[in-house]
Design a protein around this ligand. Structure first.
Ligand SMILES: NC(=O)c1ccc[n+]([C@@H]2O[C@H](COP(=O)([O-])OP(=O)(O)OC[C@H]3O[C@@H](n4cnc5c(N)ncnc54)[C@H](O)[C@@H]3O)[C@@H](O)[C@H]2O)c1
Length: 256
């Protein structure tokens, strides 16, 4: 194996959902895919994709912003088609990172939060996988990387919708791998540990946050950069025989 080529994404194309701001995990993963050689479409419901892509050099530098609501069929399908067109009609990698969270006791958990979290985190992910796999199958293969969570493995407290959705992400990843690996499409997931981002900002300094910190073998919460190596690995030829895996990137949390 030529190790340099094995980890290269030169000439490849990728769609990353959920990358609309520099503080998020998906921004770090999108720039990693780009730095390994891929052109990247940034797809998000937020207008933030436009200034973000521009700040990264825009189309001239291989970044394409696409605004789409992944929960709305027409918007999702138009956005996906637009992204593939911007990428030159081919798609090698789909990274499904868009996600929502809401903390509340299960007894009082609001219906609307339950529905939107399951919609964004799980249902929209499935529909995006399906759209991508149809394009990838025609070209002989591709890579799908879903963003799971520690709550794919352990359910924690006060996040019943998030835990249910991320448990679903793990099983969805395996189910799709079982059907699509023979089409040349590797489907894997990355399960980030407790990461220091806006999504967790209201938690890190709580009692529950301190309990999580105590369980992280690395002794610290993760940073977006901590996911970059894993995403390049799962998108690149180096992981050709890896499919249906859920890779924890958690500073040792699950082993504790
Ligand atoms: N932050 C953490 O500690 C942590 C840990 C484990 C897993 N994760 C997962 O990583 C992913 C990214 O998390 P983050 O911390 O960067 O969050 P973030 O809030 O910065 O990013 C999530 C993005 O999803 C987008 N989004 C929400 N609804 C959408 C919709 N209907 N259509 C299109 N886009 C939509 C948002 O606009 C936002 O840009 C999520 O799937 C999250 O569950 C985060």
């Amino acid at each position: 194996m030529d190790i340099g080529k094995a980890f290269s994404l030169a000439g490849k194309t990728a769609i990353v959902t959920g990358a609309a701001k520099t503080t998020g995990l998906c921004y770090g993963m999108a720039t990693a895919l780009h730095d390994a050689g891929a052109k990247v479409a940034l797809m998000d419901v937020s207008d933030g994709v436009f200034p973000l892509a521009e700040s990264l050099g825009g189309a001239a530098n291989g970044y394409f912003p696409v605004k789409a609501d992944l929960c709305a069929k027409a918007s999702r399908e138009e956005g996906f088609a637009r992204a593939v067109a911007d990428l030159g009609g081919r798609l090698d990698v789909l990274l499904n990172g868009a996600g929502l969270q809401h903390r509340c006791d299960a007894l009082d958990f609001p219906d609307d939060k339950w529905e939107i979290i399951l919609d964004v985190n799980l249902s929209a992910m499935f529909y995006m996988c399906q759209l991508a796999a149809r394009v990838m199958a025609e070209r002989g293969g591709g890579r799908i990387i879903n963003i799971a969570s520690m709550t794919s493995f352990v359910a924690s407290r006060r996040i019943p919708a998030y835990a249910a959705s991320k448990g679903g992400v793990m099983q969805l990843t395996k189910a799709l791998s079982n059907e699509w690996c023979k089409l040349g499409i590797n489907v894997n997931a990355i399960a980030p540990g407790y990461m220091d981002t806006e999504l967790t900002a209201n938690m890190i300094n709580t009692e529950q946050g301190r309990q999580h910190t105590a369980r992280i073998a690395a002794g610290r919460w993760g940073k977006p950069e901590d996911l970059q190596g894993s995403v390049i690995f799962l998108a690149s030829p180096a992981s050709a025989y890896v499919s249906g895996a859920v890779l924890p990137v958690d500073g040792g949390y699950l082993a504790m």
